[in-house]
Design a protein around this ligand. Structure first.
Ligand code: AMP
Ligand code: MG
Length: 533
């Protein structure tokens, strides 16, 4: 008998050499040693700020919850036991039907400017913070959205519907995978409990995760209500935990905080613009003090490029149109600066802290657009190249995501020095096809190629790889979200799971996901997304 044939373990029913018996007994051993564990290491830095900042409030239960979707990646970040996440206990906990020992549920108070007007007190009207769990880079807050009434619900019902919860879940994870700072989403649960919006829908709860959900509006609240001790306490809290360098630097720490938040916001705006993302409700209560994308409502990744695009059906005047968003962010930062004035000796300090945004945003945008074009080292004089292509995209209403992806795929064939004309023109053809004004596109593409080749040590294949890692193949287009919602309403979460998986690797062309990267269907332009959620 040859020695290489392993001897089957006694009683193995499957295959000589198979470790079936060992594997089964190892698994059983592991399960005995580590039963499915609910998280227990809850902390509560925000709660410890004191009662001026929040109101303790239990989530309101929903009947017969079911799991709609979950992110294993977020579960890992929170150190959650995956088997526990699949348990009925987790389902009840993340619907707000059950608390775990160590949780301390609360709703926070904030105010804000909505659509350019002071709106007074708002607060977490349907979000309940459960506490924090330890993450790799510090504690992460875990918050239920749609978990029932709070003292800040005003006229609302404290609930969220399945439709908007699926959109928030998918978009949070899509943005993260694109490298854009965002709150995360651990899971969505649903219930057949009816919720009244324009029509009757069903309830859902999204479990959101972020280092902090503090908004510009939290500062506005304590400033406008004259609670300046609490304002200072809040600012000190944010500096201590998230911007420690502001205390170490010279000058007024609150002006430094404003400057640091402005810098993060400038970077965020450049990232939104570069990926064609619009946030439909950029009110100051939806602006994260950490420069994260938060409060996904009527957002959109643009299909056909239109700088004046308005993604929120409720925003008739287009205050939050795509091209206005960087200026709106500056306006919002101004509100934050105004709120922080009581902590400064001189208003000039706030103005000086806001000033760098005007240079930081365009520089960040140029850097991001340069990377999209395969020009990671921007040069003076690159702006017209970007501006021209954006104008062409707008004039011909070209699909934003498909243009950048096709351009990336064409880069090597088109720009390799010494490539013959036929090869180059075959490479660029799928991009050229997207335009009506072919001559204008040809003129631009020649300039682009010259600029690419002018880079020292230009390597066409490396440039193509860099562009493919910058320009996503898949973004959460409105119609994709809509299809996932329609399926989920029928109790089928397969499409949602497939879409979620594709959005987690947006730069990789996965086989079988071609439909998710295709042009939007005609009906996509008819989808109306409003503030109703
Ligand atoms: P939004 O524009 O969705 O971020 O919400 C603005 C404000 O309205 C926040 O204070 C929310 O908590 C509150 N809000 C939105 N929808 C509801 C709802 N269904 N029930 C209670 N409060 C809500
Ligand atoms: Mg909000």
């Amino acid at each position: 008998m040859p020695q290489s044939t392993p001897h089957p373990p006694p009683g193995c029913p499957v295959w000589p050499g198979c470790r079936w018996v060992e594997v089964v007994s190892e698994t059983i051993q592991t399960m005995i040693q580590s039963p499915s564990q609910a998280p227990s290491a809850w902390t509560h830095r925000f709660a410890e700020l004191g009662p001026a900042f929040h109101s303790e409030r239990l989530p309101s239960p929903l009947p017969a919850p079911y799991l709609v979707g979950a992110s294993r990646a977020v579960a890992r970040e929170l150190g959650l036991d995956e088997r526990w996440l699949g348990s009925d206990e987790a389902l009840q906990v993340f619907t707000g039907n059950q608390l775990l020992p160590g949780m301390r549920p609360l709703a926070s108070v904030y105010s804000g400017h909505q659509f350019g007007r002071w709106a007074g007190q708002l607060g977490d009207g349907r979000a309940i913070l459960l506490g924090e769990l330890p993450g790799a880079n510090g504690p992460l807050e875990v918050q239920l959205k749609g978990a029932g009434l709070t003292p800040f619900s005003r006229m609302g019902d404290g609930r969220a519907v399945l439709r908007s919860s699926i959109r928030e879940f998918l978009c949070s994870e899509a943005m993260h995978a694109l490298g854009i700072p965002t709150s995360r989403a651990l899971c969505v649960t649903g219930s057949d409990a009816p919720i009244r919006r324009e029509e009757i829908e069903t309830a859902a709860v999204v479990t959101r995760v972020a280092p902090s959900f503090i908004r510009f509006g939290h500062f506005e609240h304590f400033s406008h209500s004259g609670q300046h001790t609490e304002l200072r306490q809040l600012a000190d809290f944010v500096i201590q935990h998230f911007y420690p360098a502001c205390h170490a630097q010279d000058g007024n720490p609150y002006a430094r905080l404003l400057e640091a938040v402005s810098a993060r916001t400038a970077e965020l705006m450049a990232q939104w613009q570069a990926v064609g993302f619009c946030h439909g409700v950029m009110n100051t209560d939806n602006m994260s003090i950490l420069g994260l994308t938060i409060d996904y409502g009527p957002f959109q990744f643009m299909d056909a490029f239109n700088p004046a695009h308005i993604c929120n059906h409720t925003d008739g005047a287009g205050r939050y149109a795509y091209q206005r968003q960087p200026n709106i962010a500056y306006w919002n930062l101004f509100c934050l600066g105004q709120a922080l004035l009581p902590l400064m000796e001189d208003p000039q300090q706030a103005l000086e802290a806001l000033e760098p945004y005007k240079a930081l945003f365009p520089a960040a945008l140029q850097r991001r657009m340069g990377a999209k074009l395969g020009l990671p080292q921007p040069q003076a004089g690159d702006e017209p190249l970007t501006e021209t292509v954006m104008q062409l995209l707008a004039q011909d209403a070209v699909d934003f995501t498909i243009f950048w992806r096709r351009l990336s795929l064409a880069a090597a064939g088109f720009a390799t020095p010494g490539a013959d004309a036929a090869t180059a023109s075959a490479a660029i053809e799928p991009v050229r096809d997207l335009f009506l004004q072919r001559d204008a596109f040809d003129a631009w593409s020649q300039q682009w190629r010259e600029r690419l080749r002018s880079q020292p040590g230009f390597d066409a294949a490396a440039t193509q790889a860099q562009m493919l890692a910058t320009n996503p193949q898949i973004v959460l287009r409105n119609h994709l979200g809509e299809i996932a919602i329609q399926h989920a309403r029928q109790g089928d979460f397969g499409y949602l799971q497939r879409l979620h998986a594709a959005l987690e690797t947006p730069f990789t062309a996965l086989p079988g996901h071609e439909d998710l990267a295709a042009f939007p269907p005609e009906w996509a332009s008819q989808i109306e997304i409003s503030c109703s959620s």
